[in-house]
Design a protein around this ligand. Sequence first.
Ligand SMILES: [Zn+2]
Length: 168
Amino acid sequence: KNRTNNHQRAVERVAALHGRVRRQRLDHAHKTAHALVTEHDFIAHEDLKIRNMSKTVTPKPDPDKPCAFLPNGAAAKTGLNRSIADAGWGVFLTILHAKAESAGRDVIAVDPRNTSRTCPECGHVSAENRPTQEKFHCISCDHTAHADVVGATNVLRAGLVRRDANPA
Ligand SMILES: [Zn+2]
């Protein structure tokens, strides 16, 4: 009887701990989404329905510029990335879209195909443009950049094209 009670208490403690961690992650996802929506008029991201991966990159925030991020390739180096991965991309994007809508911001999902292998300078598409996970080096025009910056640039451009094609 006593042992059962102890076991029950332990189970409840673990469950409470899980609940707290999940709430903290959700809270962080809310804060992150709020910051993105506050700082950017336009946000583009890779469409999760097409590719579902847990990592993300966010270019340096710039209040005057639109923003793009993508769930591929990037090491989860920052607290931001880690928190998004922890909360789950689907949950994060749901929160982001809801906040963007109530703030009158545009959030657009784009087709993630080739975003990591298209040269933002000359448009050449090749898997060989991506010699390593971090590095982008265009085999056509020699353009070199961090692969995540290239990916985010391509996602943002694709999002802006989509927006301009379907003005609200
Ligand atoms: Zn190129």
